[in-house]
Design a protein around this ligand. Structure first.
Ligand code: UD1
Length: 420
């Protein structure tokens, strides 16, 4: 099924209650899967979410000659001695995160041929930082016919200062530096929990990485890595989505397995908006009366409020009391869902990378289209507080990032149905 197909019908829902299990983090597992390229043998990943992005990454690894099998939430990846170091256009086009195979391929195989990712609703997303930082380790790149061709006889550790704490560039560099000769220092590194998860897996494979999760990462290259068994961290964006649902509907829900310490700034913001959220031994407990106060929001690299939370927060602000100014600092574009929210009666004005959201008591259900994963999630949140029926097309996008989304929502009391 393509991402553009599939529909969800959402009706107004109040008083959510119960428990919802949070799956492993999409943005972590895709990189952990790429990291298996670094060591021959059998790798085992636990807490792997069942997502089309994970299936696509498995397909990419299979195209390179690795063998990926799933049993429940466990993925076994056999990495043979010889692999084909190539990421075809068809797969990179489907999933931009495929670019993270570049670092591991150059470090382990010494060559890589990877299709250049195109644009998406986030606007044009360049890979210049990925290439420049790998070049500073000694890789050489040429590009032709839509492909980047990379070569590296032996990578050498060096000091790299990133222009911006790019998540993908930090990950590519990290996965290349673990097998480089000597020491690599990454300054202005991305600090996302997913980077720390990747470093912890690499360290279990025998790498020597210190400081991941802070803005300076130091990597002492080693000659060889060994296969690993690793458990993926919980998905903070999935958790944020259920928090947003509780926020607009009201109620009391526990997010099983979620980590409050990965969502500090978000939890603070939601507290300002009137929610009560605290960590428990099982995960994160959240309570809302369904009456939200507006607040201003500015997206920033971690530990700031993540850009991926933004569509959810905008959906919450559409029904909050007052005016919220939302500023996007990570990506240009990424506003297409706003015109869909406006079709539902939301009062939102955009100017450059700012949006001004004036809250109204309730939205009005309408047919709308999801343009990407988080846009789709925002429309579901909006539908919970919209009179009548909200029919969301393009719901297949949600399957890229959410496991059993409608089922989990129904379990806590959201009136949502999936149509073909
Ligand atoms: C990852 C996440 C995405 C999240 C984003 C920011 C995955 C699969 N995706 O994307 O969900 O929204 O982090 O938290 O993990 N940039 C350049 N040149 C580069 C690389 C990036 O200019 O070579 C720019 C981008 O255009 C963007 C900014 O840097 O404006 C941040 O992008 P980056 O952190 O790299 O995001 P991704 O890793 O692509």
């Amino acid at each position: 099924m393509s991402s553009d197909s599939g529909r969800l019908v959402v009706r107004p829902s109040e008083g959510l209650h119960g428990e919802v299990p949070i799956a492993g983090a999409k943005n972590s597992v895709l990189k952990l899967m790429a990291a298996t390229v670094l060591a021959e043998g059998t790798h085992v990943l636990h807490n792997v979410p069942d997502l089309t992005d994970v299936t696509d990454m498995a397909e990419l690894l299979s195209a390179m000659g690795l063998v990926v099998t799933r049993e429940g939430a466990t993925l076994t990846i056999e990495r043979p001695a010889d692999i084909v170091p190539e990421a075809p256009y068809e797969l990179v086009e489907r999933m931009r995160a495929s670019i993270v195979v570049l670092g591991p391929l150059l470090a382990k195989v010494g060559e890589a041929r990877v299709a250049v990712p195109g644009g998406d609703d986030f606007g044009h997303r360049p890979i210049d930082m990925h290439l420049a930082s790998l070049e500073s380790l000694g890789a050489r790149f040429t590009s032709s016919h839509g492909f980047i061709q990379g070569r590296a006889d032996q990578l050498h550790g060096t000091s790299v200062v990133l222009d911006f704490p790019s998540v993908g560039a930090t990950e590519n560099l990290l996965m290349a530096a673990v097998l480089a000769k000597g020491t690599t220092t990454i300054d202005n590194a991305a600090r996302e929990p997913e980077i720390a998860d990747l470093a912890s897996m690499l360290n279990r494979m025998g790498a020597q990485v210190v400081g991941a999760g802070s803005s300076t990462i130091e990597i002492e290259g080693v000659a060889e890595l060994t296969p690993v068994e690793h458990t993926v961290i919980p998905d903070r964006i999935e958790a944020a989505t259920f928090l947003a649902a509780v926020g607009v509907a009201g109620g009391e829900v526990t997010l099983l397995g979620a980590r409050a310490d990965h969502m500090d700034m978000l939890i603070q913001k939601l507290g300002t908006m009137g929610m009560r959220i605290s960590p428990t031994p099982e995960g994160v407990w959240a309570m809302s009366k369904g009456e939200l106060r507006s607040t201003d929001i500015s997206t920033l690299p971690y530990p700031g409020v993540a850009t991926d939370y933004k569509p959810l927060l905008v959906a919450m602000l559409t029904v909050a009391d007052g005016i919220g100014i939302v500023t996007e600092n990570i990506f240009g574009g990424r506003f297409r869902y706003i015109s869909e929210l406006v079709r539902m009666g939301a009062d939102i004005r955009t100017e450059g990378h700012h949006a001004v959201v004036r809250g109204i008591p309730a939205l009005s259900g309408a047919p709308v289209r999801a343009s990407d994963i988080r846009a789709g999630a925002a429309l579901v949140i909006a539908g919970i507080r919209a009179e009548g029926e909200t029919l969301i097309s393009g719901a297949g996008h949600l399957d890229r990032g959410y496991e059993r989304f409608d089922e989990k929502l129904r379990d806590i009391g959201v009136d949502v149905t999936r149509l073909p």
